[in-house]
Each structure stands twice: as structure tokens, then as C-alpha cells.
Design a protein around this ligand. Structure first.
Ligand code: TSJ
Length: 634
């Protein structure tokens, strides 16, 4: 063993040790997001191979024992001795931190994952990893454990295929939770397939017997259709822009009658929910092009002084995908915001393309500009109405719904509104609350239920209107965040299928119509227990509140004797006030979940899952995400 060999070896070990010591530095966090980042990192290597034109199929399989397999039909990672390390190239890539920079001869560049850390970080954070390469007529394999090779690269037989397969199992010492979410993985893969036309991605979840292949010949035009969902597009063809030069830019966009805006932006096929330079450039490009066209053509209607960016974007649904070369800088806590001046070219390109479209399609341009002028007029009308209201506000009296049992404090931050289902739950909640800072609004779940069909109908529903009145914010154009009357709005429904359904409808409503309340963290779910289990007798009796059947079984397995008493709660209305208080209302003992938006685009899909007919799927969502959402009060 030569001296230099030892030094290199130590460097390698130190590198991977650093990753294991501070995983957050490399993958953001060790929660559910960091865990999935491992998958994205590996998949992005395959995507790169596809973008370079060497691969058209990626297969991702979630394995029953908790591992995941990622396979492509590319050229296969080179296997020969690497000059910089003296080791084979596979080991070099999987065991050297930042192999991208250090061995930067373009050939072994690390793919543009969110953090660009690549294979060695995933390897370091996996309790086991197997790499299989098919190349030059042979199959090669090498195995690793927590980043360290278990033997060398082995020639394993002959094959005519080519490609790379990586199977890994995240390390349970590093991650709080090591189970991948089928939904998250599936959605991410589908998005990749949308963004790279011609790339097929097969997703399998062996535990749930899921097997789907995503393949979209029309790429982001298919994506746009998908993103529209239940929204009704205006009577125009979608606009499609593709530009390939120094940068590659692809945009598909259309307007809907809906007031919400939905712009999904991506860089090198990686979602940038935090926006960034490309996203801003897109927004500005659309604004400038339409403003110029409107002002040149029709002139503006009476009263409308200018067209704002918001007017132009009202109802807009767009997919913005750019591909940039070089090292990209991402900003923000979650590194989901692009900061790159290369994106500066997006604006003129888009502006040009849009102006051309408008001039070449005057009829469709008319439909779009009418929509925009309407938005501008609505904005003005809403402002006038708001000014009117604030002028009157000295004498203004809030009209609160009769069913609301309000609290006595008026401080926003300190107060809470409980939304409960039905009069009987309303009655017990009123008994259990602290009336100083807790308000209770009973709503009739049955009525909500019927309205499931359309989001707009939901908005006009009587129960929803009394909810909005209670909260004080108004909605749509009249929405005013500063008038929110409670710091926490807590949905507390029964722990049964109907209860889940109702909380689902309410969440959908908040997400679609009052997204700012969700984004700013005002919406919560209470977790009422399913069972009360008392164990033991007399002074030794202990009471457990249990939230699922599985939890109940677990508890019962560890106990014996027949001094076990189980009470199943059929609904909140059945609980006595003390139990209700302890489990869902008293801030010192209750469990509530804050509803968060991780990635708005993905949340849209999840809302679909929730809204779907498949109750089992809904439960999966709620269970999975319960762990992901911060536990605020425990
Ligand atoms: F991330 C990773 F390294 F773990 C990984 C890489 C995982 C998986 C599943 C696939 C890949 C990967 C790498 N797929 N395809 C490639 N391609 C190359 O590394 C490659 C192959 C051939 C040549 C060449 O010049 O012949 C160059 C490269 C970069």
C-alpha cells in the first residue's frame, strides 16, 4: 500500500463522514423532504442521461422492504480505472464527495439535482446500496454500506443491454422516518415525464401493487391540460412557446375564468416553487406584452388607468420550463428559488413570442384581453368598495352569524376558532372551551357534503359563508387578510370516514379560495382520538387516548388481564366535555396539526387525492402527512 493511496483513502472517508455528520448541509433536512431528496438526486442522473439523448426509459420501483430501485436504459456508468483516484469510476463517483467538481472533465459531471450533491451523498446516507451497470456486453455490480464499498466492482455475467440501476435503502440512523411516500414519488416522476417529451418513466410500488408508465408525447402541452383540471379554459387555443438557443425555454399557457393564478416553473426539470429569476422574467414578459398590445389596440375602458401584472395574470395557468447550462445558484431556505442571470433572456424571448401570437390571432387575443380588462375593472370596483367600507368603519358593526359562539378576547393572535360538525359537537365544544379565547362555529356537514361537486358551489354554500363571516376576511376580490379575527382556525371533525370527508372539503375550500390563510399557517386540524383505553384499576388506572386501530392493537398486545376497558368514540358529540377538552381543545394537552403547503403544485394533486372517491387513499394522505406536518401543541 503506497502512502498516497492511504491519504486518498482517508480523504474519501472524511468526506463521507462529513455527510453523515451533517446531512442537512447536503440534503436540506433529515425529514420527509430530505429523505425524498435522495430519490430525486438519483433520478436526476438518469434524467441527465435522457436529456443528453442516451436514454428513453427510467424505471423506479418502491420495494416492499423499504428500499427503492432506480434504473435507466442509458449507456451505463463507465467502469474503467479512474485516473484521479486509481479506483474504478463507479467507486469514484459513489464514494467521492463532490466528484462533479473534482473530476470535472465534463464526462462525469454531477446532475443538476436541487442541491447538486449526487450519488456519493445518497450512498453515504444509505444503509445499503447496490449499483448494477450493463455496458460493453457485461453486467457489473458493486455494493456499498453507509458509503463504504463492500468489495470491488464485480463482473457479473454477460448482457446485450446497457444501462444503470441503483438500489438503495435510506439509513434509519440518519432519517427519522425511512418510508417513502408513494404519492410524492409518483407525482415527481410524472412531472419529469411531462417536462421531457419522449422520456417514459415507469413507476411501481410493489407494496401497493401500483404500476404506471408516464409518457407524454406533447410534453408540457400535456402538462398544461393536466394543470387545468376542473378549471375551464377560455375559448382560445393554449399558447405554446419554444425557443432553443443560448438557453432553452418552453412555455405553455392559457387563461381560465377562475380568479386564481397557477404558474408552475422549472429549471432543468427541477421544480422551483419559490420562483426566481426565470419565473419573474416570465411574469414580466407576459405583463409587458399584453400591456403594450392593449394600450396600442383598444385603448383602456373608462376608469381603468393601467393594467397591473395581477390583472394580466388573473386566471392564468402556465407551465414555464427553462434549461440552463453551468452551475446554478439556488436560494432560500429550501433552495427552491433560482438565482441566475442567464434567465434574463426569458423576458425578451417571451415578450416577442407573445406579441407575435397576439397579432397573428386577433380573435383569440380579443378573448384574452377582454378577460384582462374585466379583471382590471373588478380590481377597481373592489378597491372602491373597500374604501367605502373603511370610510364607514368608524360606525361599522360586524355582522356575525348567529350560530357562532364567539370568544370574549378580540386579540387576533391569541384567539382560536373551532369549526365543528353538527349541533351536538357544537354543544359539547361550547362546554369544553375556554370562552375567553376559543370560539366555536358548528356547521352542518351534510349540507357541505352535497356540494362536493364543484368548488364554486362550495364557495356559495351557506355554511361556508357563515364560516367566512366568522373569520372576518371576506373572499375573492373582497379578501382582506388584515381583517382575520382569529390566529388559529381549527377544524375538528369526527375521527370517522364522514368526518374526514368534511375536513377534506373544508381544506379544499381553504386551499382553493383562501390560500393565504393556509400559506400563512392559520389553518389547523384537530386530531380527535378514536378510543379511550383505561388500563388497570383504582389508583393505578391509566388512561390512553388512541388515534387508530393499529395503535389500539399495539397497546393491547403489550397489556394483559381483563382490567382493560375500551371505549370507542363514535363522534365528538359523544365525548364528555372533559375528554373533549383534554384531547382537542386544551392547548397544554391536545394534539393539533398545522396544515402547510410544501409545494403548491404538488398540493394541488394531493387535494385531488383527498377529493377523490377512494376513501382509503384519503386516509393514506392524512396519515402520511400527519408526520410531515409540524406538531404544534403537544
Ligand atoms: F447517480 C448515480 F450515479 F447514482 C446514477 C447515475 C444512478 C443511476 C440510476 C443512473 C446514473 C446514470 C449515469 N445513468 N446514466 C449515466 N451515464 C453516465 O454516467 C455516463 C455514461 C457514459 C459516458 C460516456 O462518455 O461513455 C458518460 C457518462 C457520464
Amino acid at each position: 500500500m503506497t502512502a498516497s493511496y492511504t491519504v486518498k483513502d482517508i480523504q474519501v472517508l472524511k468526506g463521507l463522514e462529513a455527510v453523515r455528520k451533517r446531512p442537512g448541509m447536503y440534503i436540506g433536512n433529515t425529514g420527509l423532504e430530505g429523505l425524498h431528496q435522495l430519490v430525486w438526486e438519483i433520478v436526476d442522473n438518469c434524467v441527465d442521461e435522457a436529456l443528453n439523448g442516451h436514454c428513453n426509459l427510467i424505471e423506479v420501483t418502491m420495494l416492499p422492504e423499504g428500499g427503492i430501485s432506480v434504473k435507466d436504459n442509458g449507456r451505463g456508468i463507465p467502469t474503467e480505472r479512474h485516473p484521479a483516484t486509481g479506483k474504478n469510476t463507479v467507486e469514484t463517483i459513489f464514494c467521492n464527495l463532490h466528484a462533479g467538481g473534482k473530476f470535472d472533465d465534463d464526462v462525469y459531471k454531477v446532475a443538476g439535482g436541487l442541491h447538486g450533491v449526487g450519488a456519493s451523498v445518497v450512498n453515504a446516507l444509505s444503509e445499503s446500496m447496490i449499483v448494477v451497470i450493463e455496458r460493453d456486453g457485461y453486467r457489473y455490480t458493486q455494493e456499498f454500506a453507509r458509503g463504504k464499498p463492500k468489495g470491488g466492482l464485480k463482473k457479473d455475467g454477460e448482457t446485450q443491454d446497457t444501462g444503470t440501476t441503483v438500489v438503495f435503502r435510506p439509513d434509519s440512523i440518519v432519517f427519522g422516518q425511512t418510508t417513502f411516500s408513494s404519492e410524492l414519488v409518483r407525482d415527481r416522476l410524472r412531472t419529469k415525464a411531462f417536462l421531457i417529451a419522449g422520456l417514459c418513466i415507469r413507476f411501481r410500488d410493489e407494496l401497493r401493487s401500483l404500476d404506471e408508465t408516464f409518457c407524454f408525447p406533447a410534453g408540457i402541452q400535456d402538462f398544461l391540460e393536466h394543470a387545468l383540471r376542473d378549471r375551464q379554459a377560455l375559448d382560445t387555443q393554449p399558447i405554446y412557446v419554444r425557443h432553443e438557443n443560448e438557453i432553452r425555454l418552453e412555455v405553455a399557457m392559457t387563461w381560465t375564468g377562475d380568479t386564481s393564478t397557477r404558474i408552475l416553473s422549472f429549471v432543468n426539470s427541477i421544480p422551483t416553487p419559490g420562483g426566481g429569476t426565470h419565473d419573474t422574467a416570465f411574469r414580466n414578459g407576459v405583463h409587458r406584452a399584453l400591456k403594450a398590445y392593449l394600450e396600442k389596440r383598444n385603448g383602456l375602458p373608462k376608469g381603468v388607468k393601467g393594467i397591473s401584472g395581477e390583472d394580466v395574470r388573473e386566471g392564468l395557468v402556465a407551465i414555464v420550463s427553462v434549461f440552463l447550462h453551468g452551475n446554478l445558484e439556488f436560494q432560500g431556505q429550501t433552495k427552491d428559488r433560482l438565482n441566475s442571470s442567464a434567465a434574463g433572456q426569458v423576458e425578451p424571448i417571451l415578450r416577442n413570442a407573445l406579441e407575435n401570437w397576439l397579432h397573428q390571432n386577433p380573435v383569440q387575443a380579443g378573448v384574452v384581453t377582454n378577460r384582462i380588462l374585466l379583471a382590471a375593472q373588478a380590481r377597481l370596483a373592489a378597491r372602491t368598495a373597500r374604501e367605502e367600507v373603511s370610510r364607514k368603519s368608524a360606525t361599522r358593526r360586524l355582522t356575525l352569524p348567529g350560530k357562532l359562539a364567539d370568544c370574549s378576547l378580540s386579540s387576533r393572535d391569541a384567539t382560536e376558532l373551532f369549526i365543528v360538525e353538527g349541533d351536538s359537537a357544537g354543544g359539547s365544544s361550547k362546554q369544553a372551551r375556554d370562552r375567553r379565547f376559543q370560539a366555536v362555529l358548528p356547521i352542518r356537514g351534510k349540507i357541505l357534503n352535497v356540494e362536493q361537486a364543484s368548488g364554486d358551489k362550495l364557495k356559495n354554500n351557506r355554511e361556508i359563508q357563515s364560516l367566512v363571516q366568522s373569520m372576518g376576511t371576506g373572499m375573492g376580490h373582497g379578501f382582506d387578510y388584515s381583517r382575520l379575527r382569529y390566529g388559529k382556525v381549527i377544524i375538528n371533525t369526527d375521527a370517522d370516514v364522514d368526518g374526514h370527508h368534511i375536513s377534506t372539503l373544508l381544506l379544499t375550500f381553504f386551499y382553493r379560495h383562501l390560500p393565504e390563510l393556509v400559506r400563512r399557517g392559520h389553518i389547523f386540524l384537530a386530531l380527535p382520538p378514536l378510543y379511550r383505553i383505561s388500563v388497570g384499576a383504582g389508583k393505578k388506572m391509566k388512561i390512553h387516548y388512541v388515534f387508530s386501530d393499529a395503535e389500539k392493537e399495539k397497546l393491547l398486545q403489550s397489556r394483559s388481564g381483563k382490567d382493560v376497558d375500551i371505549q370507542r368514540f363514535k363522534g365528538l358529540g359523544e365525548m364528555d366535555a372533559a375528554t373533549l377538552k383534554a384531547t382537542t381543545m386544551d392547548p397544554t394537552t391536545r394534539t393539533i396539526l398545522k396544515v402547510g403547503v410544501h409545494d403548491e403544485y404538488q398540493t394541488d394533486d394531493l387535494v385531488d387525492t383527498l377529493m377523490g372517491k377512494d376513501v382509503r387513499k384519503r386516509f393514506i394522505f392524512i396519515k402520511e402527512h400527519a408526520q410531515e406536518i409540524q406538531n404544534l401543541d403537544v
